[in-house]
Write a protein that binds this ligand. Structure first.
Ligand code: KG4
Ligand code: ZN
Length: 330
């Protein structure tokens, strides 16, 4: 059984072909980073137009890469939301066209569920688990008891964590996307050079706030200047961001007595975040699972994985499925 996965939720166009839920025959991601660099962030209209340009060619390339003809595809899994609405519509319309022309089912996939389940491409993590999905668009803690059976435990009240990394990089003119660049520079910096706040860490909930952290970092620089301390300042910021992400997620896991945590989304590729999770989870006997970096950032393999599950359960979508911009799982 072959599932075609499609993801166009933000600025990456991606196609994957997954056989029997395990064998990844192709996972192509065409990044638009160079296009959006000049703006220091994703420009939705430019992203939509680029998806239109890329989508046909990338589909053909994925089939070629997998050595399959389109007749081998049994079902299509496609991100139906949340994401940039114009971008999501392009993937969904393409999937609907294919579904009609090949006469195969379509399965609308929630992008956040796909990030959480991406771990299952490489590891058999048992339910229930706590998932932290942390990217440029989302910072959310969920409890998953099964595919589609979830509870949101906490989320950001303002910026997503990745968005804060990107906005700080933009402010300092470091390049885009900011996360990887800040991680690189932080390696040579002192983590405790500036005691940045840990917003909402004392609150009795699992919500986050990254806008305040971003502002206090920017205010620090406006007041003190950078003075050859860029690596130290960035390292202190990264430490504060990772500290709250790790503590809130592990608090949630302890409070609901679940000993498995999965971490997905672009920020999950951050080395310091991984290190802190491992250091702090060990003492409580909590196992933390991270996807490989290629499955942390946006990719269609994770969408195909979720679609495979729903397809074998007979949970397919109607052809008139609409896009959605907010959290909604099946
Ligand atoms: O999951 P993703 O590809 O797209 C969204 O759904 O948003 O995540 C992209 C985000 C960007 O904000 C980027 O700066 C951040 O993930 N990111 C990182 C790292 N690599 C990517 N943040 C921190 N450290 C990294 N190594
Ligand atoms: Zn994403």
């Amino acid at each position: 059984m072959v599932i075609l996965g499609i993801d166009t939720s933000c600025d990456d166009t991606s196609f994957a072909l997954l056989r029997n839920g395990k064998e990844l025959l192709a996972n192509l991601v065409s990044s638009q980073i160079d296009l959006h660099k000049a703006f220091g962030g994703v420009v939705p209209e430019i992203a939509s137009r680029k998806h239109i340009e890329l989508i046909d060619g990338l589909y053909e390339e994925a089939l070629h890469h997998a050595g399959l003809s389109e007749k081998s595809i049994d079902a299509i899994g496609v991100t139906a939301g949340p994401g940039l609405i114009g971008s999501v519509i392009i993937g969904l319309c393409f999937a609907k066209g294919l579904s009609m022309s090949l006469n195969i089912p379509i399965i609308g996939v929630n992008h956040i569920e796909a990030h959480a389940m991406s771990i299952l491409l490489e590891n058999d993590v048992e339910f229930p688990f706590i998932a932290l999905v942390v990217s440029g668009g989302h910072t959310i803690i969920l409890r998953f008891d099964d595919f589609g059976v979830y509870k949101v435990l906490g989320s950001t009240r303002d910026d997503a964590a990745g968005e804060a990394f990107d906005k700080i990089a933009k402010f300092l003119d470091l390049g885009y996307p900011g996360g990887r660049i800040i991680e690189e520079l932080s390696r040579q910096g002192k983590r405790d050079f500036v005691a940045f706040p840990r917003p909402m860490s004392a609150d009795d909930n699992y919500d986050f706030s990254f806008s305040g952290l971003k502002t206090s970092m920017i205010n620090y620089i406006k007041k003190n200047g950078v003075n050859n301390n860029i690596n130290n300042i960035l390292s202190s910021f990264q430490e504060a961001a990772c500290d709250v992400l790790v503590n809130k997620t592990l608090n949630a896991a302890r409070d609901v007595e679940i000993s498995r945590v999965v971490v997905g989304g672009g920020v999950a590729s951050n080395g310091r975040l991984r290190e802190l999770f491992h250091e702090r989870s060990a003492r409580d006997g909590i196992d933390v699972f991270f996807s490989s970096p290629i499955f942390c950032t946006d990719n269609a393999a994770m969408v195909a994985k979720v679609a495979h599950h729903y397809f074998i359960k007979g949970k397919i979508s109607h052809i008139d499925i609409a896009v959605y911009s907010r959290m909604k799982i099946h």
